[in-house]
Design a protein around this ligand. Structure first.
Ligand SMILES: Nc1nc2c(ncn2[C@@H]2O[C@H](COP(=O)(O)O[C@H]3[C@@H](O)[C@H](n4cnc5c(=O)[nH]c(N)nc54)O[C@@H]3COP(=O)(O)O)[C@@H](O)[C@H]2O)c(=O)[nH]1
Length: 840
């Protein structure tokens, strides 16, 4: 598998996508943390730098203040030292620069110098200067590389003379006066500050010095009794040299510098006095340094103390911290990934695998309850639902199996009798034929048809017919062998396949046994019904080697049995009458035609009034054009239809089509008095006929008076009472009734008066003899007079010649029907004929 397709497959997995999402979220959090901590590191670094620098400045300020207080304490002590004050007062009062008493005054000055030495040493300072009330330098002590040097100013002839000795030396020696300046000592005290400030002992000044920073504490002493009177000025100094700053720099990890110039980038720096612990110094950032500082105020220009902190080591440290932090983040990310993997695996991947397993089981049609996931979340709900789904699928599959079995059963069985049906029988027969061919043995097919079963249906109703069929099937089932196949293949037709070789030797006995099944009557709801059957037998291989041939030949044999008087059986033989074979074929074709319904058409034969010459009505005559047999005349198929009961369905179609065509004619302006339609006795006896007639009249819109039913005398022959009742009902509905072929039957003419009819149709056989045969003339005249007596209309049919027509007209016949006027016509030709006749 390629990397790409593996990645695609992997990324399509829910757990992978979830892991990726969580990882992505984790990465975003880590990135945010990274950015935050980067910022935090920088900020804290800057802040640390500031704090460190501030701390350095705090330390420096603290040290300076310590030194300041050391300077002030040392200087203050002199003021409280009475001997020193007295000595200064003495100098103030008795020093005369022009007549200078060196013996007295210089000694005092030297004592004062000793006193100053002890002060400067005790306070660990470097220099102390004493000025008299006029500001003239009196003495000073200064730390040198060899120790402290003591210096006094004497006068000679009004000029200053500087005497000096080392701390441990015995003699003062005169040195050039400029040495004092070289030591940085002013010979004249400078009043650069307001007197009050100095008196309050608070003034400390700073000054830049070639060796460092000079701190000087200033004190002016006044007379306690006369505060306005100045006594002396004292200055004590400490030089903070490079060593001081270097050591501090080393301790604080800062580079400390002193400068007179305000560094560029700073507009001002805070005063030392402003330093407190709460505020941070403003920092200046250059490419190489963080710089901070403050200002030391002096009597002259301010001195700036600057602290430099090199950036490079800090940046390196920052980078190191960054790297460490990055490492930490990567470690955290990897750990998070690991834990995400563990969590996803535990909370998603494993349950998903279990769910897939459940689905797999369902796919494998294993519906037994799988263990439900116990995750307590939606996955558990899905797992429960999957089990429920499995139950539902199992139930549905069971139901499907049941209905499939039921469907299978129904497709192969007849619902009424529970016997195998035609389909199943065909399969079974084909299979049996294959076996017989292979094993080279015989088999027999019996075609059993109930005799006159249609009449049961038509007279007693389908319900009774159905019950009878069910009982017949039961009896037959009880009388065929276990290995025989009994099937109902049509309405009252049963087929039996016999494969038992021993039985094949005595098929006649078997057939007789089956006929005997019908010997005792059937009890249908308490009504005892007798019925017989006819059986045709065909044997493989001599009577056919295909299922179709065998069935066809058994069917023909069955017709032969019926022809032979019913309740009979017959073996097929090649020389069996062509007539039977043809009849069997025609019967099958007719059944198909009635089912199809589109092989029949109606032709109409006009009936003419001989007086007016106008068309009074038409008789509908059915025509059958079979795709298999071509045109078949009605007198061939009507009896077959009556025999098989198919006449009911066919008659229904004729009635409906005739009425519709009549209405159609009317809509075309061809107004006829009536349409005559032939109905057979079987139709009239059908229990649903009257109901169907009503429905048809209502459906087509024909008025009952326009519809004339033609029936034969034979209808009345069977059951006069019943027949008269049926005819009366039809008349009551308003229909016309005609007796067809009148005179050919056996009923007495006087019987006519009992019948509720409206017309007589004189049969062609009587018309044929007109106008010469005396018997025909007498009979026709008798019929016409009888009809007149009973107020019946008369139609003469089969009129072929002018003289026949003339005779009938003269004799008072109302309607003429026959080839003389017209043969039966297709509908379109009838329309043409009617129009032509109207226009005559
Ligand atoms: N139950 C139903 N029976 C029907 C229906 N349609 C027809 N029939 C019956 O079939 C028989 C044969 O009818 P058909 O072949 O249509 O013959 C009819 C006419 O063509 C024929 N006829 C009419 N005039 C003459 C003539 O001058 N010469 C001559 N040789 N034949 C003629 O007579 C038949 C009409 O007979 P009838 O019904 O008695 O008026 C026939 O018995 C039909 O009844 C149907 O739908 N249902």
């Amino acid at each position: 598998m390629g990397t790409f397709s593996w990645l695609k497959k992997y990324s399509n997995r829910l757990s992978s996508r979830f892991s990726m999402l969580v990882t992505l979220a984790g990465m975003i959090v880590l990135l945010a943390l990274g950015i935050y901590f980067e910022h935090f590191l920088q900020q804290s670094f800057l802040r640390n730098t500031e704090i460190r620098m501030q701390y350095g400045f705090q330390r420096l300020a603290y040290n300076l203040r310590q030194i300041e207080s050391g300077l002030q304490e040392g200087i203050l002590f002199i003021r409280s030292h009475d001997t020193s004050i007295a000595a200064i007062e003495l100098i103030n009062n008795y020093q005369d620069k022009h007549s200078y008493n060196a013996f007295l005054i210089d000694e005092e000055k030297k004592l004062l110098a000793e006193e100053l030495l002890s002060r400067v040493k005790l306070s660990f300072n470097d220099t102390i200067c004493l000025y008299d009330q006029n500001g003239d330098l009196v003495a000073y002590v200064r730390r040198t590389a060899l120790g402290f040097s003591l210096n006094v100013i004497s006068y000679h002839d009004g000029s200053r003379v500087l005497y000096r000795k080392q701390e441990l030396g015995h003699q003062y020696v005169a040195v050039p006066l400029n040495r004092a300046e070289q030591d940085g000592i002013d010979l004249q005290h400078q009043f650069l500050y307001p007197g009050d400030e100095v008196k309050r002992n608070s003034l400390v000044t700073y000054r830049s010095h070639p060796d460092g920073l000079m701190m000087t504490s200033h004190l002016s002493i006044t007379n306690p009794d006369h505060p306005e009177k100045m006594v002396a000025h004292i200055e004590m100094s400490r030089l903070l040299g490079s060593q001081f700053f270097n050591q501090l720099s080393a301790n604080l990890n800062l580079e400390l510098h002193l400068t007179d110039q305000l560094p560029s980038g700073f507009s001002a720096l805070p005063e030392l006095t402003e330093i407190d612990t709460d505020s941070l110094f403003p920092l200046l950032t250059t490419d190489e340094y963080y710089i901070g500082g403050y200002q030391l105020s002096g009597l002259e220009d301010p001195v700036y103390t600057l602290a430099y902190m090199e950036k490079a080591p800090l940046v390196e440290l920052l980078q190191n911290n960054r790297h460490r932090f990055l490492l930490l983040l990567i470690t955290l990310a990897l750990l998070s990934l690991f834990f995400v993997y563990l969590a996803v695996n535990r909370s998603l991947q494993r349950p998903l695998r279990a769910l897939m397993q459940q689905i797999h089981h369902i796919e494998q049609q294993n519906y037994s309850g799988q263990d439900v996931l116990e995750t307590g979340d939606e996955l558990e709900a899905i797992s429960i639902k999957l089990n429920q789904l499995a139950d539902t699928i199992r139930d549905r599959e069971n139901a499907l199996e049941t209905s499939k079995a039921r469907l299978e059963y129904l497709s192969n069985h007849d619902v009424l009798t529970q016997l195998p049906n035609r389909r199943f029988f065909s399969f079974r027969l084909s299979y049996a034929l294959e076996q017989a061919r292979t094993d080279k043995h015989q088999l027999a097919l019996m075609y059993l048809d109930l005799d006159q079963f249609k009449q049961v249906n038509d007279t007693l109703g389908h319900h009774v017919g159905d019950l009878l069929l069910a009982q017949v099937a039961e009896r037959l089932r009880d009388n065929v062998g276990l290995t025989d196949t009994l099937a109902r293949i049509g309405g009252d037709e049963f087929n039996i396949l016999i494969e038992r070789q021993e039985i094949l030797q005595d098929l006649s006995g078997t057939a007789r046994k089956l006929l005997d099944v019908f010997r005792s009557p059937f009890n249908i709801n308490g009504q005892m019904l007798s019925i017989s059957s006819s059986i045709g037998i065909a044997v493989y291989p001599q009577d056919g080697d295909t299922a179709t041939d065998l069935i066809k030949h058994a069917d023909i044999a069955m017709y032969q049995a019926k022809e032979a008087g019913r309740n009979n059986f017959c073996f097929f033989s090649e020389d069996m009458s062509r007539h039977i074979q043809e009849k069997a074929r025609l019967h099958r074709a007719l059944r198909q035609a009635v089912q199809d319904g589109n092989q029949f058409v109606l032709h109409y034969q006009p009936k003419i009034s001989p007086v007016s010459g106008q068309i009074t009505g038409v008789e509908a005559l059915v025509r059958w054009v079979s795709p298999e047999h071509g045109f078949i005349p009605p007198d061939r198929f009507i009896p077959l239809a009556e025999e098989s009961g198919l006449i009911n369905a066919l008659g229904r179609w004729v009635l409906k089509q005739g009425c519709q065509d009549f209405i159609h004619l009317k809509s075309m302006g061809i107004h006829l008095q009536h349409i005559s339609i032939n109905v057979s006795n079987i139709q009239l006896n059908h229990r649903d006929f009257l109901q169907e007639l009503k429905g048809m009249i209502a459906d087509t819109g024909i008025t009952p008076e326009q519809l004339e039913l033609e029936m034969t005398e034979s209808f009345i022959a069977s059951d006069q009472q019943e027949a008269i009742q049926i005819l009366q009902t039809i008349r009551n509905m308003g229909l016309q009734l005609a007796i067809d072929d009148f005179g050919t039957g056996y009923s007495a003419m006087s019987f006519l008066q009992k019948l509720p009819i409206t017309r007589l149709k004189i049969d062609k056989s009587f018309v044929d003899g007109l106008p010469h045969d005396n018997d025909s003339i007498a009979l026709v005249k008798a019929m016409l007079s009888l009809a007149e007596n009973f107020s019946l209309a008369v139609t003469a049919e089969g009129v072929e010649y002018q003289e026949q027509m003339e005779f009938l007209k003269k004799a008072g016949c109302h309607e003429i029907q026959g080839y003389f006027y017209s043969r039966p016509l297709p509908f379109d030709d009838l329309v043409t004929y009617c129009k032509a006749r109207k226009n005559r």
